[in-house]
Design a protein around this ligand. Structure first.
Ligand code: PA5
Length: 424
């Protein structure tokens, strides 16, 4: 199973009849996704991508990873949006020490951050992975211009070529031209997979493999998701149920979805999810606003608003069942803080009681909530979770009546910025 959905704290807000009322819309959305008959149908390559990822690509990237791990102490991953968030989200979720640490550039234009990257190139043996589907996005294009110049100050010839890897379109865009002109190795992002759905393409697979992630398990997780969430029956498909519940709540005025977790390694998973849901659904004056909290930390800041603020929020908790690390609360002979009640218990057990208490209190305070639980925090489960959310937003966006696969609103700031920069 791998991933479960607990809807216990929706009682009184979302009834079975409410969910069933969405069955025809879910059914139509399912058919539109699978038969490519809905809006944005030229960007549906992600639906069956898991079963189509060639095993040969996994083997090739595993060999590439071995080579890079042999000559590099750091990887610089350049990209923004869908070409950035999933990589960071996966590495932070998996935690531990990657075989080679990854540093990020191209998702901001901070000189302070960029100076650190330039310093890193001077001090360490690095490999650069530059990722841009369009090959024309300002932030990563400028970052790569600067990083490429720094790489050329340090390396040349074959040594340089071995240390710069481009992930971009097969034919279009400036990055493709640069890769071909410089003779850099390159990997192709399929045309029919949009940026925020691209973590299973070389966008994610290349940097994750280099960092030492078990990409075979990652792909297998996606494959499990593709199988598990293929049945349109709402009573069996938890992913479709999640999509329907969101829409029931939205119709009842809950226009903010707060993703909350008691596990800090989930912070960037929530950032990835925010892009996926915000960019897919927020259009035409519609869309649920995706926000996130990390608890207990934010219980002592956002907790007040969650408990007692405007009642336009619902919460989706993201929990992990089996946690690797074991920490036992010690007993204290004096028990001054009165916490001997949990002496001998695992800290993770206490954490899970905090979840139960929070979910119950927020529900009583008027915030309906549900919980998605992963069996484990490993490469397989994060792969399955990504597919769960991708399929979920495809269904949810179609129910909402938007095209979940475009992002026309992202262009507005670019037009104004290009005018200020004098870019033709
Ligand atoms: O979802 C999307 O398509 C966007 O958010 C892109 O991922 C982001 O704008 C980066 O685009 P590119 O990879 O073309 O540089």
């Amino acid at each position: 199973m791998g991933i479960s959905l607990d809807a216990g704290f929706l009682k009184g807000f979302v009834g079975d009849a409410d969910i069933k009322a969405f069955a025809p819309a879910v059914d139509k959305a399912h058919k539109d996704l699978h038969n490519k008959t809905g809006a944005g149908n030229d960007f549906l390559g992600w639906v069956h991508l898991p079963s189509q990822v060639p095993d040969a690509l996994v083997s090739e990237l595993t060999a590439l990873a071995k080579e890079v791990q042999g000559h590099s102490d750091a990887i610089i991953s350049i990209g923004i949006g869908g070409s950035y968030l999933g990589i960071r989200s996966t590495l932070e979720f998996l935690g531990g020490e990657p075989k080679v640490p990854v540093y990020y550039a191209g998702h901001n234009m901070s000189s302070v951050d960029m100076n650190r990257i330039i310093g890193l190139i001077a001090r360490k043996n690095v490999t650069v992975v530059v990722i841009s589907k369009s090959g024309a996005t300002t932030e990563p294009a400028l970052a790569f211009r600067i990083v490429d110049a720094a790489m050329k100050r340090k390396y040349s010839g074959a040594e340089l070529k071995k240390r710069v890897i481009c992930v971009t379109d097969a034919k279009k865009g400036a990055l493709r031209k640069i890769a071909d002109k410089e003779g850099y190795r390159s990997y192709v992002i399929p045309d029919d997979v949009g940026g925020r759905f691209s973590i299973l393409t070389p966008v994610g697979l290349v940097p994750l493999a280099l960092a030492g992630v078990d990409i075979k398990a990652f792909v297998d997780g996606f494959r499990a998701g593709e199988k598990e969430y293929a049945d349109p029956d709402l009573s069996k498909n938890v992913c479709y149920r999640y999509a329907a519940i969101r829409n029931v709540l939205y119709k009842k005025g809950k226009c903010i979805e707060m993703m909350a977790s008691f596990y800090p390694n989930v912070q960037y998973v929530a950032e990835w999810w925010k892009q996926l849901y915000g960019e897919s659904e927020g259009k035409g004056g519609r869309g649920i606003f995706p926000a996130s909290t990390i608890l207990s930390t934010d219980l002592h800041s956002m907790g007040q608003l969650m408990q007692d603020g405007m009642r336009n929020i619902f919460e989706t908790f993201l929990m992990i069942n089996a946690v690797d690390a074991t920490v036992i609360v010690p007993s204290d002979p004096e028990d001054l803080d009165k916490f001997n009640c949990v002496a001998g218990k695992e800290l993770d057990w206490v954490n899970k009681q905090a979840y139960k208490a929070t979910a119950g209190a927020h529900y009583e305070g008027g915030v309906p909530n549900m919980c998605i639980t992963l069996d484990k925090a490993d490469a397989f489960h994060i792969g399955q979770l990504y597919y769960f959310f991708e399929k979920g937003v495809g269904i949810s966006g179609y129910i909402l009546g938007v095209n979940p696969f475009d992002q026309p609103g992202v262009e507005a700031y670019k037009t104004k910025m290009f005018a200020l920069l004098g870019k033709k």
